[in-house]
Design a protein around this ligand. Structure first.
Ligand SMILES: [Fe+2]
Length: 207
């Protein structure tokens, strides 16, 4: 195993949403197959506290080609999120670092590492071109979700509760700003929890 077998790509962006909103977006698994064109199906098998294991059915930019990829995510510390995945026999490690700039802006450093040993070396030129393209596509798909989340968090929105009933309470001065706490709750019978091997799977026969 050699370090030279690693393809590394780093992309840095700034966005007008808080660090908490940016992190929430990474851990809001509900939106995956609704918002992202590349995700056909996404099954969470286990999640707890700061980690999650999931199996995604991904569509790649070749006609009719889909493949299954196991994904492990962990919120390593306050700012850093690691995602390990295996795509078509290639191990990847994504490091997301979110640095707060102001209450409503942050910097996101997205570092991708692909382990391309043996025959996988031939994928290097392809991945070098495709990773920034894929990143930009996912970024644009996620962008309105983050903007919307920031807007409602500023209006004192609470998950599963909604906006305050008093209109005068729907303001920034009433909002506590911190909308991110793991695990991000999902509705009962979420479409992320339908795999029969999922820890949250509820059999139709169970009461
Ligand atoms: Fe997303």
């Amino acid at each position: 195993m050699r370090e030279s077998d690693i393809l590394e790509v780093e992309i840095i962006k700034e966005i007008n949403c808080s660090k908490e909103v940016a992190l929430w977006n990474y851990w809001d698994h509900e939106h995956l197959d609704v918002v992202h064109e590349g995700y056909k199906k996404s099954d969470i098998l286990y999640d707890k506290n700061n980690f999650m294991f999931r199996v995604d059915n991904i569509k790649v930019p070749f006609p009719f080609l889909k493949f299954l990829t196991p994904v492990f995510m962990v919120q390593h510390d306050e700012n850093t999120l690691f995602t390990y995945a295996v795509q078509m026999g290639v191990i990847s490690k994504t490091t997301i670092t979110v640095n707060s700039k102001t209450n409503s802006s942050c910097e996101i450093i997205m570092n991708y590492k692909f382990f391309l040993n043996g025959w996988r070396k031939i994928l290097k030129p392809f991945l070098k071109i495709m990773i920034p393209k894929w990143n930009e596509k996912v970024w644009l798909e996620d962008y309105p979700i983050k903007m919307r989340r920031q807007k409602v968090v500023d209006m004192n929105f609470k998950d599963f509760k909604g906006l305050p009933s008093k209109i005068s309470s729907r303001s920034k001065k009433n909002a506590n700003g911190n909308s991110f706490k793991l695990p991000v709750p999902r509705p009962i019978n979420s479409s992320r929890d339908l795999h029969p091997l999922s820890i949250k799977f509820r059999s139709k026969n169970s009461k």
